[in-house]
Design a protein around this ligand. Structure first.
Ligand code: FES
Ligand SMILES: [Fe+2]
Length: 338
């Protein structure tokens, strides 16, 4: 009988129950209702159309001669040709197959042979906006919230927006979980908080979670950060580093379940220098943040996201999980984009 002592030190074999799971994107046929970036604005000049994967389907982004841009379902209601191989004629998107034309509201306005367009020959048009150098589509019939602004008027800021190569192997909301995860900010990114964890100062809405902290970065820079996540698809940061301001965003697209298409936006104040100095500052911001995000990526790529044994320091992260479990889900474009 020599087993009991040893058995006391054996790890329990039952995994911890953990908080109730958050549904993956597309798992129930639905997706979270957020503003998702589709492409860089510069990818779609006036009078062009491009096709992109979105919500496990296909959409087109088309821009009229007047500059207005629209995200819509890709497949022509006539016989299903993808409009991404069509052509813009002024403000109309012309299908390559039989030359039916769609206006920027997604309505078929004419057929090439002169038959009247069937009244239901319409594309699904997503609520669309162009901001921070990106074209965004909202997964829903109407937006539930707006994108955040930086603390300075936009015409006083310079921006640099880039698309990261490849796709990240997790849903955008899993990446968003990094922001309320205060433990990882200290452990993985090596940032020292100059205060107690601000769990009780987090500002919550139905569509965002934001908080401020002061700290010291790994190379000794003093940082005053205001950070947050909006919806399930956008990391927001407004930072003074050694007294100088920058803004930073990571907009995360959702081409298909389990994948994120990541962009980065750096913002700086135009008044902070000559155009060359401001451009150099934006490059510094992107380099600085690519290093930070580079610390997250190998973990995002290889993990099986499974919150289990959380502790007191995970308080805000745990609340974000419950925010996600209540987050609105829908897929109104399902019949159009597949
Ligand atoms: S399939 Fe588009 S016009 Fe016929
Ligand atoms: Fe991180």
């Amino acid at each position: 009988m020599s087993t009991s002592l040893h058995a006391q030190h054996t790890n329990p074999r039952t995994p911890p129950p953990g908080p109730k799971r958050v549904l993956n994107e597309g798992e129930d046929g639905l997706f979270t209702q957020s503003w998702f970036p589709i492409c860089l604005s510069s990818d779609v000049p006036p009078e062009t159309v491009k096709g992109y994967d979105f919500l496990d389907g296909r959409v087109v982004v088309y821009r009229g001669a007047d500059g207005r841009v629209q995200v819509a379902s890709a497949y022509c209601p006539h016989m299903g040709a993808s409009l991404e191989v069509g052509k813009m004629i002024g403000d109309s998107l012309r299908c390559a197959f039989h030359h039916w034309e769609y206006n920027l509201d997604g309505v078929c306005t004419k057929t090439m042979v002169g038959d009247p367009p069937p009244p239901n020959a319409c594309l699904f048009v997503f609520p669309t906006q162009e901001r921070y150098g990106l074209v965004w589509a909202f997964n829903g019939d109407a937006p539930l919230y707006d994108l955040p602004s930086f603390p300075f008027p936009e015409d006083e800021l310079a921006f640099k927006t880039i698309e990261l190569p490849g796709l990240s192997g997790v849903d955008p909301w899993v990446q968003c979980c990094n922001t309320p995860d205060m433990q990882h900010i200290k452990a993985l990114h090596g940032i020292t908080f100059g205060q107690a964890d601000p769990h009780d100062l987090v500002r919550w809405t139905d569509h965002s979670c934001c908080y401020d902290f002061v700290g010291t970065h790994v190379n000794g820079e003093h940082v005053e950060n205001s950070i947050g996540v909006y919806g399930t698809s956008l990391y927001y940061q407004s930072t003074y580093i050694n007294g100088k301001w920058f803004g930073f965003l990571v907009p995360m697209g959702l081409p298909r379940p389990g994948k994120s298409k990541n962009f980065m936006v750096a913002a700086g104040k135009i008044s902070d220098g000559t155009p060359d100095e401001v451009a150099a500052w934006l490059d510094f911001v992107l380099d600085f943040e690519i290093r930070v995000v580079g610390e997250d990526l190998p973990i995002m790529e290889t993990m099986r996201f499974r919150p289990g044994t959380l502790t007191q320091s995970d308080k805000t992260f745990a609340r974000y999980l419950s925010f996600l479990r209540q987050y609105p889900r829908a897929h109104p474009s399902a019949d159009f984009i597949k």
